[in-house]
Design a protein around this ligand. Structure first.
Ligand SMILES: Cc1cc2nc3c(=O)[nH]c(=O)nc-3n(C[C@H](O)[C@H](O)[C@H](O)COP(=O)(O)OP(=O)(O)OC[C@H]3O[C@@H](n4cnc5c(N)ncnc54)[C@H](O)[C@@H]3O)c2cc1C
Length: 576
């Protein structure tokens, strides 16, 4: 079946819906294609808040936010994009307020803001600052539901439970996407003048992760498969506080409200690792501190976790500002956080790298200046690069809103000037053939076992601490799993609601992305932000102050590099 819309948006998270809203507002016919029902997009899970230097609780400025974002990124972010982001965050927060996002309110009626790690005053020299705009501990749900309602009002067309499998690329640019209708088991072609990828991150490549099973990095995988580059893939964020042993997120908002981290001796160990900023140092610093305590045998009862203690906070504060987290800890761990400390350990959380884009969200064919006509990306799947080597908490939902809106507005302008491209029929036939091969192949290997082995290996060998030997082990494992992948088959299964087919297609991206991450990590012989090499424990600006680009050419992975944009803040030692 064929569908034709001026603008096709793949992904219904905060980035996709922000873009859809702006493009539809400008009078375009917009379709949003999503593999899950839009309100189940992973943005719904965002807890602690969204960053903007509104200064509602105390004086703040976009320039302080800019400095914190640069330093948080371990000087690997591009400062032109970071400055633009911090300025536009303020206007975007008010935009979200005006379209109806139910923010929590202070006594003066203004948007309530709270502390979050890495956000300070006076260019990092002052104390922590309340910059995270909150909606209790459900910021993602508050923003996503509001955007969705607004998109419905503007008659954006939603195609839910459609798995996009390929982007259609030709010399003139992108002409749309191919998608599998998961419910009915049919192939659909979406033809668009312009296409935006807003498909989220890939932290589900790791066994212990805050991400749901849908975050398999499909958009990045499709771009890599199309011979286009990905940027800075070695930088995967490990959030310090996942609920042990599952890895579910316990938001930094908990530490922002005054939670402490304690080792088995009851010591507030962040005093050693970050004497000035303590629990509110950036995530990479806190995660490594927890890992350090665990490795030194100071985990609770010698196990791989520490305590997050909020028993000293008022019960009313916990219930009003952290209700969802309280519920989750009660339900899964059987712990009332007012009475007992919460067991936590680092967990894979966020993809700093992704599809290289410019500030208009145009995808870059060489990762540098040349654009891919008619193809755009925004949100966690993209890399503009705000977060560099380490993202500051609450900067992501805001990045999705700022750059999603920029993409929508820019696409709306271009859509007026261009016509539809003809569809590449040969490519479509070839892609359909690939799916039919899978559906007709007799299985010799278990899909679940390959995925499980990949995720376990990534956590063990390419996690918070890495070295040459662990990364080489992981590369070898990935090669074995790629061979095993060829023996996965789905013969005899129905086409309708065949979730195994979805998982096999996702697994292909997961394998390719894992190899990209490992190769980038192996090549980067330094430690910076979230990428920590035991064998190269220091940052090396002389050789490595540059972005990595990875792409597949003739079935081989290749790496390239490009300089970091520095406009104002020269790299300095990070001390917290
Ligand atoms: C538990 C948790 C808490 C967080 N808390 C915060 C926070 O407090 N503040 C903050 O700033 N950030 C937070 N983050 C990060 C932030 O939520 C995400 O980075 C952000 O929401 C990502 O939004 P997105 O629009 O890029 O993608 P997502 O919301 O992940 O949406 C991706 C969309 O793409 C679709 N999709 C993917 N692949 C396909 C395909 N092949 N075919 C069709 N559709 C596809 C999905 O269906 C979905 O609609 C948190 C993250 C997690 C995991």
């Amino acid at each position: 079946m064929k569908h034709k819309h001026q603008i096709i948006i793949v992904g219904a998270g905060i980035a996709g819906l922000s873009a859809a809203l702006e493009a539809a507002q400008a009078g375009n016919d917009v379709a949003v294609v999503s593999k899950v029902t839009p309100l189940h997009s992973h943005s719904v899970a965002a807890q602690g808040g969204t960053a903007a230097a509104l200064g509602n609780m105390e004086p703040d400025s976009w320039e302080w936010h800019f400095y914190d974002t640069v330093k948080g990124s371990d000087f690997l972010g591009d400062q032109d994009a970071q400055a633009l982001f911090c300025k536009e965050a303020i206007e975007t927060a008010y935009f979200l307020e005006h379209i109806g996002v139910p923010f929590s309110r202070g006594e003066n009626g203004r948007i309530l803001q709270r502390h979050f790690g890495g956000h300070y005053s006076e260019f990092g020299k002052g104390p922590y600052i309340k910059r995270s705009c909150l909606a209790a501990d459900r910021i993602g749900q508050a923003i996503l539901y509001t955007l969705w309602g607004q998109c419905l009002r503007l008659q954006v067309k939603f195609y839910k439970e459609f798995l996009v499998t390929h982007i259609l690329l030709q010399d003139e640019g992108c002409s749309g996407v191919i998608a599998w209708d998961i419910v009915r088991g049919e192939m659909h072609i979406f033809q668009g003048k312009l296409t935006l990828l807003a498909t989220g991150g890939c932290a589900r490549l790791f066994k212990i992760s805050t991400n749901s099973s849908i975050n398999t990095g499909d958009g990045m995988g499709m771009v890599l498969a199309a011979g286009l580059p990905l940027e800075d893939m070695e930088f995967i964020q490990f959030h310090p506080t996942g609920l042990y042993p599952w890895g579910f997120l316990i938001s930094e908002g908990v530490r922002g409200e005054g939670g402490y981290l304690l080792n088995q001796d009851g010591e507030r160990f962040m005093k050693i690792y970050a004497p000035a900023k303590l629990e509110l140092a950036p995530r990479d610093v806190v995660s490594r501190a927890i890992q350090g305590e665990i490795r030194a045998g100071r985990g609770i009862r010698g196990k791989p976790y520490v305590y997050l203690d909020i028993t000293h906070l008022e019960d009313q504060l916990i219930r009003e500002k952290l209700p969802q987290i309280r519920q989750m800890v009660l339900k899964f761990a059987g712990i009332d956080p007012k009475k007992q400390p919460i067991p936590v350990a680092p967990t894979a959380h966020y993809t700093m790298g992704g599809i290289p884009i410019n500030i208009n969200c145009e995808v870059l064919a060489d990762g540098k200046k040349t654009i891919v006509p008619r193809l755009f990306a925004a949100g966690e799947c993209a890399c503009v690069s705000i977060h560099g080597a380490n993202r500051l908490g609450t900067n992501s939902t805001m990045e999705c809103a700022v750059f999603g809106r920029r993409a929508g507005k820019y696409m709306a302008k271009i859509a007026k000037k261009v016509n539809f491209l003809p569809l590449p029929q040969g490519q479509i036939k070839e892609r359909l053939g690939e799916i039919n091969t899978l559906l007709n192949r007799t299985p010799k290997t278990s899909l679940a076992e390959v995925r499980e082995a990949l995720e376990e290996g990534m956590t063990k060998n390419c996690g918070i601490l890495r070295d040459e030997s662990s990364l080489k082990n992981q590369l070898e494992l990935i090669h074995q799993l790629k061979t095993a992948y060829q023996e996965i088959g789905l013969k005899g299964m129905p086409k309708e609601y065949n979730l195994a087919l979805q998982e096999v297609l996702e697994l292909k991206h997961m394998l390719n992305l894992s190899e990209a991450i490992v190769r980038c990590a192996l090549a980067r012989k330094e430690s910076r932000g979230a990428h920590y090499r035991n064998d190269f424990p220091h940052r090396d600006d002389k050789n490595w102050l540059k972005h990595t680009l990875v792409f597949i050419e003739d079935e081989k992975y290749k790496l390239d590099y490009k300089p970091v944009v520095i406009t104002r803040f020269e790299p300095e030692e990070r001390q917290f």
